[in-house]
Design a protein around this ligand. Structure first.
Ligand code: GDP
Ligand code: MN
Length: 384
């Protein structure tokens, strides 16, 4: 498993579609709007029958009712009205894309994704597209081909042919695979995904849905999509960013607060080693104030998935007694609703622990080692 720690920016489907089109990949004709009335107009322009698609940065829109066929412009207006404002996995639908329907013969899957562990890009492709690739990979791993890309060579026609063959994709997809790689390189993306890539009954290969994730480190030369909501598609990440916190949501059940990126990273690993999933990465840094602790706790506690919170601090520049004072003050500001396990070590650890003992909050417990603290927090999270 690879943790995404860098800030990255997902594009909307319609933006991905635009990039695909610019790079010569066939896509359905489509337009975007936030108004049901305009949806009717667009449907008329596109020939009447349209697919109305929620534009949210989340997959599985089809299953959630965010992708629907409308038979005529009036139906398109009604459908757009129903989809606009819908909630899909915590994202409110603000715009819809109306697309010309495509007569699908077969659905494939194709993507390039940064394999951080290997330090290379990986092509993932399958002749079984349409559904979530994780499901295919879980139930029929042999149906999913994985081919690493040599960074110096990229995806040549020969490489694309190798990928297509490994996945059982028809030879017509080779050209699309080469162009999709061009999208990745030219747009500084760390992920491009087409699901489904389809063959139509007329024999054309079309990208019917697209996801592109841009590398935030290249933002300076990729100004086209603006800052937008940038890295903070997640509402908790947005709230944390507004408070100036260094927080990344990971969707597990053990909330984690630590000082220093290295310590926080190893805390994630140790918690995972105890059989629980970290809920976040939160580095309060060297100058941990009571306010940062309170802000951090309030963000983590507002994550409904969180069952316990682990504070792992090694006192250095900020000594443990100051951190303990911060926790005590934070407990005044934030109503603690879940158990909190604290491990203080390093500078003034004994004094820090005494401060927390004295406060004697019923939901706060201490551990003296990182392993012990992680085990306790994991236990609390998995039995809660
Ligand atoms: P996702 O659910 O968020 O991945 O949204 P998709 O854009 O991938 O759409 C979900 C599914 O709807 C696709 O896998 C297709 O099976 C179907 N779909 C989308 N557009 C069309 C279309 O133009 N024609 C047909 N027949 N099916 C479509
Ligand atoms: Mn899709």
């Amino acid at each position: 498993m690879t943790f995404q720690t860098g800030a990255e920016m997902d594009l909307y489907e319609h933006q991905a579609r635009e990039l695909f089109e610019e790079h010569g990949i066939l896509v359905p004709r489509a337009e975007v709007t936030d108004s049901p009335g305009q949806a009717r107009e667009i449907a008329r322009r596109l020939g009447g029958r349209v697919v109305v698609k929620a534009q949210v940065k989340a997959g599985g829109r089809g299953k959630a009712g965010g992708v629907r066929l409308a038979a005529d412009p009036a139906a398109a207006e009604l459908t757009a009205r129903q989809i606009l404002g819908m909630d899909i996995k915590g994202h409110t639908v603000g715009t819809v894309m109306l697309a010309q329907p495509v007569d699908i013969e077969t659905e494939f899957y194709a993507s390039y994704v940064l394999d951080r562990a290997a330090g290379r890009f990986l092509a993932i492709a399958s002749a079984e597209g349409g559904m979530e690739i994780e499901e295919v990979a879980a139930s029929r791993p042999e149906a999913v081909a994985r081919v690493h890309i040599d960074p110096a060579e990229g995806v040549t026609s020969a490489k694309a042919a190798e990928i297509a063959e490994a996945a059982g994709l028809p030879p017509q997809t080779v050209d699309v695979l080469v162009r999709l790689w061009e999208v990745l390189v030219r747009e500084d993306a760390v992920l491009v995904e087409v699901n489904p890539l389809v063959r139509t009954r007329q024999g054309q290969i079309l990208a019917l849905d697209g996801k592109v994730t841009l590398d935030d480190n290249a933002r300076f030369r990729q100004t086209r999509w603006g800052d937008g909501d940038a890295a903070h598609d997640d509402p908790l990440e947005a709230a944390a960013a507004a408070k100036g916190l260094n927080y990344v949501r990971l969707h597990g059940e053990v909330g984690i607060i630590g000082n220093g990126a290295g310590l926080v990273m190893s805390t994630l690993d140790v918690v995972a080693g105890c059989g629980a999933r970290p809920a976040d990465f939160l580095d309060i840094g060297g100058g941990a104030s009571a306010q940062i602790m309170a802000d951090g706790l309030s963000v983590i506690l507002s994550d409904p998935a969180v069952k316990s919170v682990l504070v792992n601090v090694f006192g250095g520049i900020t000594a443990c007694d100051a951190v303990a004072d911060g926790i005590v003050q934070a407990l005044e500001q934030v109503q603690l609703t879940k158990p909190l396990v604290v491990r203080l070590d390093g500078n003034n650890a004994v004094r820090g622990r005494a401060i927390l003992d004295e406060r004697a909050h019923p939901l706060v417990q201490q551990a003296t080692t990182m392993d012990g603290a992680a085990r306790r927090a994991a236990q609390l999270a998995t039995t809660a």
